[in-house]
Design a protein around this ligand. Structure first.
Ligand code: SAM
Ligand code: CA
Length: 220
């Protein structure tokens, strides 16, 4: 079954899967291949991929940004939902995982829509801004190192257009954010980020308890 949504017991998760659209064969194959990789648990859940696809379609997005590619599951969901002229800038630092991603982008016929930037994402986002890409993106998905979430969010907010959407993954962090006994720096960074976003007047926010928690922030 792969990753599941937080708080759903096995029976309800199975039911959810049974009433969800079937996972596309190419996504299924990528999920299967990723199980052999270190960090396989980092891949997004099936229902979350379907939700990202829907968001991209709802926005009629043509320019998308992804921060945290890994083996490419979420980028594939986004790229498949983009129109033929659509473009996804995909940021990661891992050449091995993204080699798998590139293979699947090719197989799915969306490689031409995706520009992989292998560099620290903060640098890539800064260079996009320097190159004049402010307010040119419709959608951004943030799913890389959690301690940089606030920085990724600020730069993404500058890069998306008014009315554009930023989706931030893992905001419920396996429930650790709600456990006062957990005080590691990553959990604390997600907690701080969540509180700041709640009070951010520049966006409309909704926290979706899908998978490991996904916050949506629409830029005013
Ligand atoms: N969205 C992916 C999926 O659907 O499978 C999962 C992404 S995984 C949770 C996080 C990724 O962020 C890893 O592939 C890691 O290499 C990348 N990453 C970590 N630090 C980074 C950084 N400073 N800049 C860019 N990517 C980074
Ligand atoms: Ca994630």
């Amino acid at each position: 079954m792969g990753k599941t949504s937080l708080g759903l017991d096995a029976r309800l998760q199975t039911y959810l899967t049974s009433i969800s659209p079937p996972e596309a064969a190419i996504l299924q194959a990528l999920r299967q291949e990723t199980t052999t990789q270190p960090g396989a648990q980092m891949q997004i859940a099936v229902e979350q991929g379907q939700f990202l696809t829907l968001l991209v379609q709802l926005l009629s997005a043509e320019r998308a940004l992804e921060i945290g590619v890994f083996t490419g599951y979420s980028s594939l969901c986004v790229a498949l939902a983009l129109p033929p002229q659509g473009r996804l800038v995909a940021c990661d630092i891992d050449p091995e995982a993204t080699q798998i991603a590139q293979r699947y982008w090719q197989a799915a016929g969306v490689a031409d829509k995706i520009e992989l930037r292998l560099a620290p994402a903060l640098d890539t986002l800064a260079s996009l801004l320097t190159a004049g890409a402010a307010e040119s993106f419709d959608f951004a998905f943030i799913d890389a190192d959690k301690r940089n979430y606030q920085n990724y969010y600020e730069r993404s907010l500058a890069l998306v257009r008014p009315g554009g959407l930023i989706a931030i993954d893992n905001v419920l962090w396996s429930g650790k954010v709600a456990d006062p006994a957990v005080q590691d720096t990553t959990t604390q960074a997600i907690r701080d980020f969540n509180v700041r976003l709640r009070n951010d007047a520049r966006v409309t926010v909704s926290v979706i308890p899908i998978a490991d928690g996904l916050t949506l922030a629409r830029k005013h």
